[in-house]
Each structure stands twice: as C-alpha cells, then as structure tokens.
Design a protein around this ligand. Structure first.
Ligand SMILES: *Cc1c(COP(=O)(O)O)cnc(C)c1O
Length: 385
C-alpha cells in the first residue's frame, strides 16, 4: 500500500463524523446503547467496537490502522509509552519456565525487563552478540520461546541480519520481536523479512514532536487480539484519544521528516568522519562500517541518530565541546524536530545505564534544522576541545 495514502487517508472514515477532515478526538470513556439487545450484541465484540475506551476508542482505532499498514502488519496496539509496548509484547510471548535470547545492549529499560523483572517470574535469558546469526543458533535452549532484536540499537548501532534470524527462529517455532524505533517503518519493515512482532517507541519518530509518550506493537490479528485480551486490557497501559490525535498529526509528515533527518545526518556524519578531533563515528551507513552491506540490504537509509567518540585527554574537554554547542539541545530521547546531544560523561549514578560507555562518547541526533547550520555549530564547538 502506498505510504502517502496510509499517512494521509487510510482508516479515516470521514462519513462517520460529518466529513470532518481532521479526525475528531473521541474524548469519552464509554459508549451508550438504546436497547439491551444492541448492548448485548456490542459486548460480543467489546474489543473491536466502541464500548469502553480502555478497549476501543475510534480515534485510537484510526491510529492503529495506519501503524499496522505502515509495518505491513494485520493489526497494531498503541500503548502509553514505548516501554509499555516492549513489556506487553515480551510478556505476551513468555511464561514461567521459558527462555529468551536477546541481542546484547538493547534499550536500557528493555534490558531491565529481561534481566531483572522477568527473572522474578521464572523467565531466563541469554544475551548474544547480534553480529553473527550463529550466536543466536548456539544460544537457544529447548525452552527458548522468544528471540528479541533491536537492529540497530540506539547507542552503538550494531545490526542483526533480520531475515536470517527470523528464518531460523521460524524453523524452531520461536517467536521473534524487534524494536524498530531507530528506522521507523519508512526505513525498515521487519515483518516483510519474516519477523513476528514489530514494536516502536512512538515517542521518537512516529510522533516526532517531543510532546507525546507512546508505544506501538504490530503483528498478526491473532497475536494482537490475544495480547489485547491479556496484557493490554489487564495492565491497562493504553493511550488517550488526545495523544492518539497528536500522533496522527505527527504521522502526516513522517516520511518528510525521516528523509530530511537522514539526508542531514549523512552530511553531518561525512563531515565528522574527516574531523581530526573525532576518533570514531558509529553510524549504520558510514563508509567504514563493517556492517554497511547488511545495512544497505535491510534498511532504506540511515536514521538521524549516531554516536561519536571524541579525541580528548580529559573529561573537561568533552564538557567544553558539549557546553559550546548553540543549536544542539542537551537532552535524552531523539526522533523529533530538534537536534540533540547526549554525552555519556553526564551519566553519574543513572539508574538506566548499567554499562557506561566511554566518557568521551557522545550520542548525536540530527533533527530538522539545516545541516550546514548544524555543521557550523559542531565545527566551532570542536575547535574548543
Ligand atoms: C525510547 C526508546 C524506548 C522506550 O520508549 P519510551 O517511549 O521512552 O517508553 C524503547 N526502545 C528504544 C530503541 C528507544 O529509543
């Protein structure tokens, strides 16, 4: 299906709401019925029709249709955060006694879920280096039910061969989940490569305006309806109609934003790769990335996020560089209009990062400002080291 059609029209049944062009925010918790027989009928499909907003809300339903179509999935559920989406997806697959194989260095709170939280419920795990498919093959046990991927991850950007791992998992009846936040469905569609469930922090690219927290899980109708009846309705980490409407607005420009962010990140990384004060640029589409061929095989283009290692003797030089930037905001998160930096030397006793990266490591996000303006800014800050 055409991406621009999905973003601008799919799921918007405008006859249902007076021809309103923008989808209304159905700010209501419940829906009423005229007769007992109508109510009884609706209750049979409580999760697929307006009845109670925790299950089904028409504004959220439009968003679900678009997100599912973007990921080439049958259905999708939207959550109150990316972490809620990760937790619901993983918990929908495993039970006590099961084993998870997870790519090493996943998103920090995914790491906490797998290595600490699920352990309380008797779910064991093995982390593997994702560069080689054989590492997944060697790590599975008779009770392995899930292979969890993040390609690339959002700090050091290592990739996994999605198709090869999904094919192997399928042959062993193991479910695969991938966190596709970095690529967004514009740059990578893992379901087409054989993955069972795709999830996102919609807080990042999908909403793209630094004003909504949300998550999404996409998969077959069967998997999504099962997750809905279990994790979604029980744990209740749903999205509000208001936030869904904001994400619908954000999605209108998803493709434009992704392309602009990619184009500028390419220019900026090419500049930084040649800079004498930079030891390393971690970016999937860097010319010297050993996984470049794999990146080209499964991704349309790079994202706006990458990391750099600075040539510095002392942490004060890194601080000087960061403090001197005028257009980059210093903050966590990424995926919106504003360019950002996140220096690891700021991680004192942070709870979310267990394995601190080198002190001279800085994550950079390229937003929608002009690439030359950002390069000028980096140039003057690098001179201060
Ligand atoms: C931010 C992020 C998450 C968590 O999403 P929240 O919306 O912050 O809960 C998960 N995975 C990745 C790759 C992320 O960047």
């Amino acid at each position: 299906m055409d991406t621009s059609y999905i973003l601008n029209h799919l799921g918007e049944d405008r006859d249902e709401y007076y021809g309103a062009v923008a989808p209304p925010v159905f700010q209501t918790t419940n829906f009423c019925f005229k007769t007992v027989s109508e109510m009884r009928e609706k209750l049979k499909h409580e999760l697929e029709t307006p009845f109670y907003t925790r299950g089904y809300n028409p504004t959220v339903a439009i968003l679900r249709k678009k997100l599912a179509a973007l990921e080439k999935a049958e259905d999708a559920l939207v959550f109150s955060s990316g972490s809620a989406a990760v937790a619901a997806a993983v918990m929908s697959v495993v039970k006590a006694g099961d084993h998870v194989v997870c790519v090493q260095k996943p998103y920090s709170w995914t790491n906490t879920l797998i290595s600490k939280y699920l352990v309380k419920y008797g779910v064991t795990h093995t982390y593997v280096n994702g560069a080689d498919v054989a590492n997944f093959q060697n790590a599975i046990q008779p009770n392995t039910k899930l292979i969890y991927l993040e390609s690339p991850n959002s700090l050091t950007f290592e990739l996994q061969d999605i198709e090869a791992i999904a094919t192997f998992a399928r042959s062993k009846n193991i479910t695969t989940i991938i966190d596709n936040s970095y690529c967004s469905p514009i740059n990578q569609t893992p379901i087409a490569l054989g993955v069972d469930m795709v999830l996102h922090s919609a807080t990042k690219y999908l909403n793209g305006h630094s004003d909504v927290m949300a998550g999404v899980v996409c998969g077959t109708k069967e998997r999504i309806m099962k997750m809905m009846a279990e994790e979604y309705m029980t744990l209740g980490s749903i999205i509000s109609a208001h936030h869904a409407a904001l994400i619908l607005r954000g999605l209108r420009t998803l493709e434009l934003r992704m392309n602009k962010s990619a184009e500028s990140a390419k220019k900026v990384t090419e500049y930084l790769e040649k800079h004498p004060k930079i030891t390393k640029v971690n970016y999937p589409f860097s010319a010297d990335n050993p996984q470049l061929a794999l990146a080209k095989k499964q991704m349309k283009q790079g994202g706006g996020l990458f990391s750099i290692v600075l040539k510095a003797e002392k942490v004060e030089q890194v601080e000087k560089f960061c403090d001197s930037l005028k257009y980059f905001l210093m903050a966590t998160s990424w995926g919106s209009y504003e360019s950002l930096i996140f220096p690891t030397c700021a991680l004192g006793a942070s709870k979310s990062f267990e394995n601190p990266l080198p002190w001279n490591f800085v994550r950079v996000y390229i937003g929608l400002e002009d690439a030359d303006l950002l390069i000028e800014d980096l140039k003057q800050a690098l001179e201060k080291i």
